[in-house]
Design a protein around this ligand. Sequence first.
Ligand SMILES: [Zn+2]
Length: 209
Amino acid sequence: MFTIHQTIDGQPRACTYTERDTIRLLRTGHRRGVEIDPRAAGGAVLRWTPPSLMFHRTPREIRIEAQIPVRMSTALQANLDRIHDGARADLLDLSDSAKARLYAAGLIIIDSTQTIRVTLAARLALTACAHRTHTRAPRGYHHPADHRYAIDSVGLNKPGGRAGKIHDRTSHASCTCGALDYFADDRSTAARAARRHRAQAAAALVEAL
Ligand SMILES: [Zn+2]
């Protein structure tokens, strides 16, 4: 089960969704081009900016939280990686206690025919864990000699603390998956690239649900 948080007419609202309803919400969001940001606790944040005739367009957000927050550990993840949807629990090369721990953590469900299903919370958490993005803080004012790309620069010719220094606002976005390696003019552009990358991973997940 999931709790859905959103603000309607300025008032915060929360309601409970089943997994099936939450998948439907994610699919609808994906179809409408909403940015989906998966979270390690097994939820997601949906962000979009509705069209408006007003000059200022207000961004909107829906937060999806797993009611049993996922606390992924290396051991749980390793066991989860050995499972695929539709596998038979009784045929799996995994101890009963390992399966019980995955079930207790809200990561799998085993039905009466011993068929395993990986939960939505587990899938969102795995996606978030696989794509931990990072943006590098700009260097700001620094001596050009510290800058390996600007060795010819003599820096600013100004008195005070910035004398002889150059200013660097550039940032870099990367991801633990290794697929994101983006140099940006500033940190907010790098952060947007990181969010776009996580949203692409989430979109691929939603398409596969
Ligand atoms: Zn990634």
